[in-house]
Write a protein that binds this ligand. Structure first.
Ligand SMILES: Cc1cc2nc3c(=O)[nH]c(=O)nc-3n(C[C@H](O)[C@H](O)[C@H](O)COP(=O)(O)O)c2cc1C
Ligand code: SF4
Length: 490
């Protein structure tokens, strides 16, 4: 499915890159240490969470997962965040899970792998995620014959008696054209037909959704305890994008049970989850969150909400605040029949991972201004909580400028680190001219969307002289880039 693109679609060139000498890099802000609660980062470089679709169907760490994180660790970023990892032990495809103690040994191996590959230089966090049920878009006939729950209102709208059989109603519905069907189904039923059924945190008529505030603190706390047991340095609570916790924080959350409907109500569960996690793991383990500087959807939370959220999280004692942008279901493109709606296909998805085909603002540092507002407010309220900026940052000078002008304390790069996991090491060594620069055209994101192993177009063509490189399931692509001799860990 094609990603949304701004109507103006200006193709922006990559910004010119000036690379520092090793001496200049050694003095640079980006390469100075930073405290993240109880953890000291050797430098302010950060690889944010990226799902590479390499876990097993049962949610376990695989050799491919180990190879992926080992490759990032060889570049020795200050921090590396392991991909969104499910806090429940439920089937969710090849996504990592941490919802049961049996996942701890595999995750411990992952921690040891990163420690070894980075020579102990990289601090390792894991992103903890909860998400609600999402069904694939059904074929129309199947939806009407099986999935739709026939209600009396349907029968009345179809001119049937409410005592008529459900099968009669289904047969009549099947004969209607789209306009007729739309007049009979309610908005959520129509959505389930057109896009696949998607649960929302506001579906409080569903008992398991009503119970989320009672259950999630314990689930997140148990997951964080497992992360600590596995040897991670900390956890990042996933309060961003399209998932459960971001939906509680969203202005669109109008729950009337005290967990929505007002700014304090929307913050209540995120703060209760954090309190439960902290109570479980103590102050010696870093706990922060990733949340949105702007949801970028009509009626959604905006930067003024993000400021409020950031100050509340800092006041509660979070150890870091990592800002992302957009990535919502609300404006996602309609999926094909048999596929699930994907939250990075609408305008908000574009804002999360913008490409060089952009509007006048361009893709580089698009989240910086809103992140800066959050950091300024956190500081104005007397908190020193480190703030992580992310989004279209792929040069040394850009990262330095964001640290110098008070936008952030730590600078993260996702796609640039995927394009070249050694780029931090190259810049540090004064060999920036060797950096393989991300093109910001989202080949990787298209793979992510199809749940195929994520790779980068700049390095995934297997060289004929390297038949041993691990390949993707279709046998066509390398799974990690070729090695680069990092002088720091040679
Ligand atoms: C393949 C891929 C997978 C991603 N998976 C996650 C994820 O698991 N959790 C998350 O918070 N963000 C995820 N992101 C978003 C990135 O962390 C980052 O916010 C985004 O790519 C913008 O940063 P960049 O311009 O440096 O790439 C993913 C991005 C990509 C490209
Ligand atoms: S595939 Fe494209 S957008 Fe993704 S990391 Fe590589 S160059 Fe960057």
């Amino acid at each position: 499915m094609a990603m949304w693109q701004p109507p103006s679609k200006i193709v922006h060139p990559l910004p010119p890159a000036r690379w520092p000498s090793a001496d200049e890099a050694a003095r640079a802000r980006w390469f100075q240490p930073a405290d993240v609660g109880p953890v000291c980062l050797r430098e302010r470089t950060w690889v944010p969470a990226m799902v590479p679709w390499r876990a097993s169907e049962s949610g376990d760490v695989t050799p491919e997962v180990l190879a992926w994180y080992e490759r990032f660790a060889r570049g020795c970023p200050g921090a590396l965040v392991v991909e969104a990892t499910g806090i429940r032990d439920v089937a969710s495809g090849p996504l990592l899970r941490i919802g049961e103690d049996r996942f701890v040994p595999g995750l411990s191996t992952l921690v040891e792998t990163v420690r070894r590959a980075s020579g102990g230089r990289t601090r390792l966090f894991i992103q903890l995620i909860d998400f609600l049920a999402l069904r694939r878009r059904p074929p129309r006939d199947k939806y009407l014959a099986q999935f739709l729950r026939v209600r009396p209102a349907h029968k009345t709208a179809l001119g049937l008696s409410i005592d008529a059989g459900d099968d009669d109603a289904r047969a009549r519905l099947a004969q209607l054209d789209d306009a007729g069907l739309r007049a009979v189904l309610d908005a959520r039923e129509w959505e389930a037909l057109e896009r696949g059924h998607r649960e929302r945190v506001t579906d409080v008529h569903l008992p398991h959704v009503a119970r989320l505030p009672a259950e999630l603190p314990g689930l997140f706390a148990a997951a964080a305890r497992r992360a600590r047991d596995a040897g991670f340095d900390g956890v990042e609570l996933h309060y961003a994008h399209a998932y459960t916790m971001a939906s509680f924080l969203s202005r669109t959350n109008d729950r009337a049970d005290g967990y929505g409907g007002s700014p304090d109500g929307r913050l209540r569960l995120p703060l209760e989850v954090f309190a439960a996690v902290r109570a479980q793991v103590g102050a010696g383990f870093a706990v922060g969150c990733r949340f949105l500087a702007d949801e970028c959807i009509p009626g959604g939370s905006d930067p003024s909400d993000a400021v409020r959220h950031g100050v509340a999280f800092a006041r509660a004692g979070m150890d870091f605040l990592s800002l992302s942008r957009g990535g919502k279901f609300d404006d996602a493109a309609q999926p094909q029949v048999g596929e699930a709606v994907y939250p990075y296909t609408g305008r908000s998805g574009y804002e999360c991972m913008p490409t060089v085909r952009s509007d006048a603002a361009g893709p580089f540092g698009r989240n910086a201004e809103a992140t800066r507002a959050v950091r300024l407010a956190v500081r104005a309220n007397g908190f020193q909580t480190p703030v992580v900026v992310c989004g279209g940052i792929g040069t040394f000078d850009h990262a330095e400028a964001l640290l110098a002008d008070g936008t952030a304390d730590i600078v993260a790069a996702a796609r640039q680190s995927l394009a070249d996991p050694d780029w931090f090491a190259k810049v540090r060594a004064g060999r920036g001219a060797e950096v393989r620069r991300c093109l910001y055209t989202n080949y990787c994101e298209a793979l992510d969307q199809q749940h195929r192993e994520v790779t980068c177009q700049l390095w995934d063509r297997p060289a004929p002289d390297d038949p041993l490189a691990a390949r993707s399931r279709d046998g066509k692509r390398r799974l990690v880039p070729p090695p680069w001799p990092n002088p720091a860990i040679a």
